[in-house]
Design a protein around this ligand. Structure first.
Ligand SMILES: [Zn+2]
Ligand SMILES: [Zn+2]
Length: 175
C-alpha cells in the first residue's frame, strides 16, 4: 500500500503514526515465490526532522511459507522485522538511481510499504529453512520424499572428489 508523505513533509517537527495492511500476499525471495500465510498491520512511525529529511521506524510481523531446503515441503517461518530508514527528500528519483542510493520504496512523496517490507525481508532471510532438523530430504535419483517413503535407488555412489582421493590412496599402495 502507498502512503502519502506530502503533508508530513511540509511540517517540520511533525510526526505521524500509521498502521498499514500488507497488500502483498506473497514475496519473491531467492527460495522462490513464497505465500504470506498470516500478517499483522505494519506499524510505522515517521518524523520530519527538518532539512527535508524524514526518519522512519517500523515493525512488520508476518508468516511466510518457505520451502524446506532439503525436501521442498513448505515450512511456516515467522518474521518480526524492525525497520529503520532515513528518507532524504532532497534527492529526486533520478538522482537516487544515479547515486546507486536506491530507495525503491520511495516514489516521489509516496512510500510503498510493501516494497519497504520486502527490502527488509531480503536482509533478514534465514540462512537455512528446514521442516525438521532431521529432515531426510528427497532422493536425488527418483525425487521421492524420504521423510514419507523409501525407494530402492542406490545412493551410495561416492562424491567424484572422494573417488580422486581414493585413486591417490591406491597409487600409494601400489608403490
Ligand atoms: Zn524437509
Ligand atoms: Zn530414489
Amino acid at each position: 500500500m502507498l502512503i502519502s508523505l506530502t503533508e508530513l513533509f511540509t511540517r517540520e517537527g511533525k510526526t505521524n503514526d500509521y498502521a498499514v495492511e500488507l497488500d502483498c500476499r506473497e514475496f519473491q525471495i531467492p527460495q522462490g515465490i513464497c505465500p504470506v500465510s498470516d500478517s499483522k498491520p505494519v506499524a510505522l512511525h515517521i518524523e520530519n526532522v527538518g532539512d527535508r529529511t524524514l526518519v522512519l521506524s517500523g515493525e512488520a510481523e508476518f508468516t511466510l511459507m518457505i520451502p524446506c531446503d532439503r525436501c521442498l515441503e513448505p515450512v511456516e517461518v515467522p518474521f518480526q522485522l524492525s525497520i529503520e530508514r532515513t528518507l532524504d527528500m532532497n534527492l529526486t528519483d533520478e538522482e537516487r538511481i544515479a547515486n546507486l542510493d536506491e530507495q525503491p520504496y520511495l516514489q516521489g512523496y509516496n512510500l510503498d510499504v510493501d516494497q519497504l517490507v520486502r527490502d527488509e525481508l531480503l536482509l533478514n532471510l534465514p540462512m537455512k529453512v528446514l521442516c525438521d532438523e532431521d529432515c531426510k530430504g528427497i532422493c536425488n535419483r527418483c525425487g521421492a520424499n524420504l521423510n514419507h517413503e523409501t525407494c530402492d535407488c542406490d545412493r551410495s555412489s561416492l562424491d567424484p572428489r572422494m573417488s580422486v582421493i581414493q585413486d591417490i590412496f591406491k597409487q600409494f599402495k601400489e608403490v
